[in-house]
Design a protein around this ligand. Structure first.
Ligand code: PEP
Ligand code: MG
Length: 750
């Protein structure tokens, strides 16, 4: 067999384009195409298998196999050689197909007479549409050029499919991609349910001309676009002023990719085979995505992501489809993205009904913002970006971490029933708004809310919270490109206090580090940032920023009480030091003639187990203590709160953790210092009543949790629950959840 020449490939692609241009049914086009490919490749057989649904491939057209097997022969993903190509996204080339592992004999197609087999995936930037196969009776391996040529043809088929060239009915043409319902199982970033329509954060680029007539002209276009891309990357690098460190290295790699000769050369070679410049970029991108899916090394995955990003940028330059593809945002948008930063999410704001990400983590900034905006968020919804189209109907169940894309009627109905039930419950809770969270025996628990944005403040009235128990001040720092000025912060904090209408607001000083990296701070290359240079450790080492923030808080309070809380205190000295710094700022502000707060109370967040064992003097020194359960739990159990694999492994009602909390409450009571709990668990009703039974008299949570928590507290006798806990501990139970929930169930039936 002679080597295939570039001109053969171009001739074939020209024929494919003519097929696309002529008016014909989807099925007719597919039939013609298999004929052209078999003819051009010199094989007896050419077949196109397409996905009928995500797990099933269907023979949709063939030249050479029995015609009546078309739309009859079906394979499961992974079944036979065709299924293997579909599953792995990689070609299979063999001179002896029946001897290959997994070969499946399909008598209806007459396949046994064709030992040579070459199958390549039909895919478009990571989205698998099907498999293109050629077979011949002469036993031989296909050459690298032939494989490459067939991949190029498959690429064009994928583009044509995207443009709707092969659409057909159930029994002919192409099964309708992006039409069937899909379910994604992710993880919960923020609870809540939402129904709406897909809005892709980065709309996909549409390539309308996969075939290029004039390779010289296409290469010129590609080179010009690459030059533009390089200039853009250089200016991005200059503007970001990264200095040195890990991020700078990453950006340098990004630049290296943009300047890669081999990347450009591979794309030019693809153009020589007859593809347009944009289709050549997409071909490279598809391959990078396929590699990305199988790469386990996080560093390599990041680099492949870089390449993917660059390809997207290049495509946008080539097609002129900037970020805006002209699509209109639906009225009930549910944002679908690979990942998103906090600033971008804030830009969308409350317009969004929900957010679904392929990546992300529970403790990420985006998750904090989504929580602050009370938008249901699902993370780790694998592959949703390639499957979803703008405008697709979508249901987000933030409680179970499930997303339904293009759901069937029955699913929609069940989902709506669930939302209606939740709305009903909310109505019940709204009726409790002005009632206290008093248990059956008359003990009252104060319920506060957590906040971090101005936008949260209206919830203070709506939820019936008695104040803000935790105001996370880092969000204002995270969403800016530079350190905010003292005047700006003072105005903002004053506005927060104004909006609270006299209800207390506890400001937590800047808690950065760990995953909360300020874009303008020199990045730290730490092996374990959660246990690294973070929160008060940064504040005490870089006193300028902490001083400035404390001054802003003092100026905001003018004549009103000021509550300041220091995060992540690990030993008494740190609190003493921070406390002293605050007192110095008060003295300074007074000297400068600024009005003083009417009262000042200073507290510590207890987020590391060590602080539970601090000297009694520490407890006496604090005006209040707040248990940051999110961090305390991760350090107590040595289980990363951001690592989905271990996050849920240890239960909050584990007896050891409850005994730790019990000791904290006892020590605070001894020192007569008020203690509250402000981690996420305070918003979960069962956990909340358990904490209350241990003696926490103040809980701070998301505003939406206040109703359900209050509802449960009002129905129980906390003293009775305390007894249940003590008995279970005495029996040696390692986890109290069963005893607690069974007792609660008996209460509500009794
Ligand atoms: C905590 O750790 O429980 C806490 C409230 O702080 P953050 O979630 O902001 O770390
Ligand atoms: Mg914390």
């Amino acid at each position: 067999m002679p080597e295939r020449k570039d001109s053969d490939s171009r001739k074939l692609l020209r024929r494919l384009r003519e097929t696309l241009a002529a008016p014909a049914s989807g099925q007719h086009r597919l039939d013609e195409i298999t004929h052209h490919i078999a003819d051009s490749m010199g094989t007896e057989v050419c077949s196109i298998y397409l996905f009928r649904d995500p797990g099933t491939l269907e023979l949709c057209a063939t030249e050479g196999l029995k015609p009546d097997s078309v739309h009859r022969t079906r394979l499961r993903m992974g079944e036979g050689l065709v299924g293997r190509v579909a599953r792995t996204g990689r070609y299979v080339n063999t001179a002896n197909a029946p001897a290959e592992p997994g070969f499946r004999f399909m008598p209806e197609t007459g396949e046994e007479t064709y030992p040579s087999f070459l199958g390549v995936p039909i895919q478009r930037v990571g989205e698998r549409l099907g498999v293109l196969v050629v077979q011949s009776s002469k036993s031989r391996q296909f050459s690298d050029d032939e494989i490459y040529g067939l991949e190029v043809v498959a690429m064009v088929l994928a583009e044509m499919a995207e443009l709707g060239a092969f659409l057909g009915t159930q029994s002919d043409g192409m099964p309708l991609a992006h039409r069937f319902p899909l379910m994604f199982r992710g993880a919960t970033g923020q609870e809540g349910a939402a129904e709406g329509h897909v809005w892709l954060h980065e709309a996909r680029v549409i390539v309308s001309n996969p075939v290029g007539e004039d390779p010289k002209a296409e290469k010129k276009r590609l080179n010009e676009a690459v030059a533009q891309l390089r200039a853009k990357v250089d200016s991005m690098l200059a503007a970001s002023d990264m200095g040195s460190g890990a991020s700078a290295e990453v950006m340098e790699t990004y630049r290296m990719f943009a300047r890669s000769r081999s990347w450009l050369r591979r794309m030019e070679e693809t153009i020589d085979l007859g593809l347009s410049a944009e289709a050549a970029v997409e071909k490279e991108q598809s391959q990078a995505r396929a590699r990305l899916e199988s790469a386990a090394d996080p560093y390599l995955r990041d680099r492949l992501h870089d390449l993917d990003d660059l390809s997207n940028r290049l495509l946008r330059i080539l097609t002129g489809q900037g970020g805006d593809t002209g699509a209109e945002m639906p009225e009930d948008p549910i944002l679908v993205a690979r990942n998103i930063g906090p600033a971008e999410l804030l830009d969308y704001g409350r317009k969004l009904k929900g957010v679904v990400l392929e990546e992300g983590s529970v403790g990420s900034h985006a998750a904090i913002v989504a929580r602050a905006l009370a938008i249901p968020l699902i993370i780790h919804a694998d592959r949703i970006v390639v499957e979803a189209l703008n405008g697709d109907p979508i249901l987000v169940d933030g409680d179970s971490g499930i997303v339904h894309l293009r759901p069937e009627e029955t699913v929609v109905k069940a989902f709506r029933d669930k939302i209606a039930m939740q709305a009903e419950a909310q109505k019940r809770y709204a009726g409790l708004r002005d009632l206290p969270a008093t248990d059956k025996a008359g003990t009252t628990i104060q319920l506060y809310m957590n906040a971090g944005l101005m936008a949260d403040l209206p919830s203070l009235d709506g939820s019936g919270a008695e104040g803000v128990g935790l105001f996370r001040t880092e969000l204002q720092f995270l969403t800016r490109t530079r350190v905010p000025r003292r005047g700006e912060l003072a105005a903002l904090y004053a506005h927060v206090l104004d909006s609270a209408h006299g209800k207390p607001v506890t400001f937590r000083t800047l808690d950065i580090g760990s995953d909360k990296v300020l874009p303008y701070m020199k990045p730290q290359d730490e092996p374990n940032p959660a246990m690294g240079w973070r929160a008060i450790r940064v504040g005490l080492d870089k006193r300028g920023v902490l001083r400035m923030q404390l001054q802003a808080l003092i100026r905001a309070a003018v004549g009103r009480p000021l509550l300041v809380m220091f995060p992540f205190i690990t030993e008494m000295d740190e609190f003493e030091d921070a406390h002293r710094l605050l007192m110095e700022q008060l003295a300074r502000e007074q000297r400068l003639g600024h009005a003083m707060p009417s009262d000042i109370r200073v507290g510590a967040m207890l987020e590391t187990p060590s602080l539970a064992f601090a000297p009694q003097k520490f407890f006496e020194m604090c005006d209040f203590i707040s248990v940051g359960g999110n961090d305390l739990k991760q350090f107590f159990f040595a289980a990363d709160r951001e690592n989905e694999r271990v996050r849920r492994r240890y239960d909050t009602l584990n007896t050891s953790f409850i005994l730790l909390l019990d000791q904290i409450v006892r020590r605070c009571n001894q020192a007569r210092v008020p203690v509250s709990f402000c981690g996420e668990d305070a918003g979960r009703p069962i956990e909340a009543v358990t904490f209350a039974a241990l003696g926490f008299r103040r809980l701070s949570m998301r505003p939406a949790s206040i109703g359900p928590v209050k509802h449960l507290i009002r129905r129980v006798d906390l003293g009775g629950l305390r007894q249940v806990i003590d008995e279970a501990v005495a029996r040696g139970e390692t986890n109290l959840r069963r005893s607690v929930t069974e007792w609660l169930a008996r209460q509500s039936h009794g």
